[in-house]
Ligand binder design. Sequence first.
Ligand code: ZN
Length: 234
Amino acid sequence: MVNSCRTCENCRAGQEQYCLKGDTLVCGAPDPAEPGAHTQGGYSEAIVAPEDFVVLVPETLDPAAAAPLLCAGITVYAPLKQFGARPGTKVAVVGLGGLGHLGVKMARAMGADVTVLSQSGNKREAAKALGADHCAVTGDGSAFTELANTFDIILNTVSAPVSLSDYLGMLRLHGTMVNVGVTTEPMPMAVFALLRIRADPRLRRPLPVRDRRRDLREAEAGMTGFHVDAVRGH
Ligand SMILES: [Zn+2]
């Protein structure tokens, strides 16, 4: 996100990603500042954006390590922070792709007990290497029974429909399932699954600029103990 109207109700509340006139995404979006033009992404050597949408990367952070924090990193950091991931909290991360592996690292850095929920057992070693405390296979459905009433937070990073009712059954009372893996397919859900736990399924969009700044400050201060394995180009 590189711009928004900054005058509507949501922008004034610091929730620019919900701009009622539509936020301007960094790539392929019509650019209100230049009618007829589209934004061209952030991979060039220089990019012009309003200062309200620019975050300062601390000098102590490797830019290559900081870059993922501004996209996938903030996407998983913000809900974990908002819903209270900390020592004593049980967090499940569904899926171990780009978002999922950062989710595991972030939740562990916040001190939570982390379980990776994966379709198959193929990623068990990778999950442990990232710091996950546990890994459970959901493919045969047994995990939904064995881990019923277990988690405070379920971070769903899968970009395909999942059985919400099954996952909600693994939440404890007042637990929260956050869906950051977005799919255009509908996901049916039995309302009874919500009533049992007063659960809270949420769909998030990228986070406000102020949260990105906080994310980077905490990374700089070592509060998250966060580490990114950057892949460098040549
Ligand atoms: Zn707005």
